[in-house]
Design a protein. Structure first.
Length: 171
């Protein structure tokens, strides 16, 4: 833990480093802990590992993030594959120059792809929109979300060709 430990509520996984810090606590403070429910262990451990991996990747120079970062993640994936029955083989490894799949669109007659509107913020982003200067604007985000949702809706209706989806949106 990089910041000093103060009284408060925590939900930090107790690592060897944190345990050492807790042993040094002022006698006026008592560290309370609890067992992790077995159902929650995957979430707790993966959240911790994700945070650690994020900090390591962010600490890399811009030049090293692509190559060294990808190599590191691939080593983690290979280790997961070695320890687990879950398929984490070569298909899960990341290519040397990582890319994100952003859409699968219909091909247009000219060979280009149909434009699918995307929200301003990344799909997995949980940014709290405040309308603060220099931050994403709430109205713009809502407009882009509606356009993106309508694109998904139209694709779903075309794919299913069922009136069930239509009647749900018409109610």
């Amino acid at each position: 833990m990089a910041t000093p430990i103060v009284a408060g509520i925590y939900e930090d996984l107790i690592t060897n480093g944190l345990r050492i810090e807790l042993e040094k606590l002022n006698k006026a403070l008592i560290a309370n802990h609890a067992e992790i429910d077995p159902v929650d262990i995957p979430r707790v451990l993966s959240r911790f590992a994700s945070g650690l991996l994020t900090r390591v990747l962010e600490s890399l120079s811009d030049d090293d993030r692509e190559v060294v970062g990808t190599q590191l993640v691939n080593r983690v994936i290979a280790e997961i594959g070695a320890l687990s029955d879950i398929s984490a083989g070569k298909a899960q490894l990341i290519e040397e120059s990582p890319k994100i799949l952003t859409s699968i669109a219909k091909a247009l007659p000219d060979g280009s792809s149909e434009l699918i509107p995307r929200p301003i913020l990344a799909l997995g982003d949980t940014t709290f929109l405040t309308n603060a200067k220099g931050e994403p604007q709430l109205l713009k985000q809502i407009e882009s979300e509606i356009a993106s949702a309508m694109s998904i809706y139209r694709a779903q209706v075309k794919r299913n060709k069922h009136s069930v989806v239509r009647s749900t949106f018409q109610e």
